[in-house]
Design a binder for this molecule. Structure first.
Ligand SMILES: Cc1cc2nc3c(=O)[nH]c(=O)nc-3n(C[C@H](O)[C@H](O)[C@H](O)COP(=O)(O)OP(=O)(O)OC[C@H]3O[C@@H](n4cnc5c(N)ncnc54)[C@H](O)[C@@H]3O)c2cc1C
Length: 423
């Protein structure tokens, strides 16, 4: 197979990684280091390029936003130092552009074989999973790791369905914001996507207001050098400050051992959102009209405009008009929404609150099918919703898969296929 060529027909591979975001790329790096045959599919950092606006500042600490390789050598800090780019572990935020440049360098070094195509269908077969891709290729994979991130799981309130599609969107639809120039926009939500979008739209001169059920907006504290006492009372971890958050960040395998209802509660706990990023506060408060403590009672259209019927906490109503509503209403994991999963797989897969229940090896109740990334949060806790969680998932799963493959090698009459393809 030469560089750039496309394999055709049915081929076999030990591990297929579906998704080339931080989790998929990290796993590919670890599998490569263990010598495990694998292929990885998806648009490299696709969600970060297409579904997050240029100019966005990352909310995670730069030191906690590394993709993971076996030596823990390819860090953002090293990347920035080699290019004389500004970097601080905690005090200055990482712009998305720099993070993407870093991820591209990581991909080129550790996962140059990413194949830019999407999984269309995944079916169980006697010899493994039959995976068909958007270009028509079908492969047989003995194990499949799903690392498709959040975008399939956008949550829209029921009211949104009452609007024509050109008058409403989800925060995950942006990318560049040019399409909103010249419009009057309302953003619904109070988390970091809502406040980031409101800030960025207001700064580019778009008339934007923000509507939220919450009576006030919470923002993360601005990073600063903390005293020893402060650090002892609330230690810093890869996903925030505090003892509980710290335990979730450091010991995801222990979260999995908790009773199911406690795990789900922790995964969806109030502490993890909706919270605006520290750097959005000054760009939103006093700059963007805020309609807080408001419930969206009804939504409809009048001529070319959307009319949002809001009620406040004492029941008084107010009609807000705009050209376009962005629902920054988050994501809700639901395995049934992964349309590549065959119904046989779905019927076998044990779900808790629509998320797959996972073993200590991130394996679903369908043997050989693994999930990593945000879809693993109900089992391994909130760290899975952050890039930081890629390290545990990639390290743990690579160790497991390489052991399994050593114990049960591919039968010699089946040729594994490893393809260094970038179309
Ligand atoms: C607006 C926003 C801001 C965020 N900011 C931060 C932050 O500052 N710090 C942080 O730690 N986390 C942040 N997050 C969370 C972060 O996005 C996730 O933690 C992380 O991206 C999850 O990585 P992933 O690899 O699981 O998925 P993703 O990064 O979403 O990547 C998904 C991959 O799957 C591929 N894919 C999807 N469907 C298919 C298919 N059918 N076939 C093949 N491939 C497919 C895509 O092409 C892509 O390569 C943010 C999220 C959002 C929405």
């Amino acid at each position: 197979m030469t560089l750039g060529s496309r394999p055709t027909g049915s081929v076999s591979v030990d591990v297929a990684i579906v998704g080339a975001g931080p989790y998929g790329l990290s796993l590919a790096a670890h599998l490569g280091a263990c010598g495990v045959e694998h292929r990885i599919f998806g648009e490299p950092m696709g969600a970060w390029k297409a579904n997050m606006p240029p100019g966005m500042l990352l909310k995670s600490y730069p030191w906690a936003t590394n993709l993971s390789d076996a030596e823990s050598a390819s860090t953002i800090k090293k990347f920035c130092a080699e290019r004389a780019q500004p970097y601080h572990d905690e005090l200055t935020p990482l712009p998305i552009e720099r993070f993407l440049e870093y991820a591209e360098a990581f991909r080129a070094l550790h996962a140059p074989h990413v194949e830019r195509k999407l999984l269309a269908t995944l079916q169980p077969g006697p010899d493994g999973f039959h995976a068909r891709f958007s270009d028509g290729e079908t492969i047989v994979a003995r194990r499949v790791v799903v690392a498709v991130g959040l975008q399939a799981f956008r949550r829209l309130p029921q009211e949104a369905a009452q609007l024509p599609v050109e008058m409403r969107s989800h925060s995950g639809d942006y990318g560049p914001l040019d399409a909103l120039d010249g419009k009057e926009v309302v953003v619904v939500g109070s988390g970091s996507s809502a406040t980031d979008l409101a800030a960025m739209l207001s700064e580019r001169g778009v008339s934007v207001s923000l509507v939220a059920r919450a009576a006030h907006l919470d923002f993360a504290a601005r990073p600063r050098t903390r005293t020893l006492l402060e650090r002892t009372a609330a230690p810093t971890s890869g996903i925030g400050q505090g003892w509980t958050i710290g335990a979730c960040a450091r010991y995801p395998q222990l979260i999995r051992l908790l009773p199911e209802d406690r795990r789900v509660q922790i995964a969806n706990g109030k502490a993890w959102g909706p919270v605006g990023s520290a750097f959005a506060r000054d760009r939103v408060v006093g700059k963007v009209p805020l309609w807080l403590g408001r419930n969206l009672r009804k939504i409809g259209t009048q001529g070319d405009q959307v009319v949002l019927d809001l009620t406040d906490q004492v029941g008084a109503s107010h009609a807000l008009r705009c050209d376009h509503v962005i629902f920054a209403t988050g994501y809700s994991i639901d395995a049934n929404r992964l349309d590549f999963l065959d119904h046989k797989i779905l019927s076998q897969m044990r779900l808790v609150e629509k998320s797959p229940t996972l073993s200590s090896q991130y394996e679903t109740s369908v043997p050989g099918l693994h999930f990593i990334g945000p879809a693993a949060a109900n089992s391994f806790g909130p760290v899975c919703r952050f890039v930081y969680g890629a390290q545990h998932a990639a390290r743990q799963l690579a160790r497991h898969l390489s052991g399994e493959i050593r114990r049960h090698p591919t039968p010699t009459n089946v040729q594994p296929h490893y393809s260094p393809v970038i179309p």
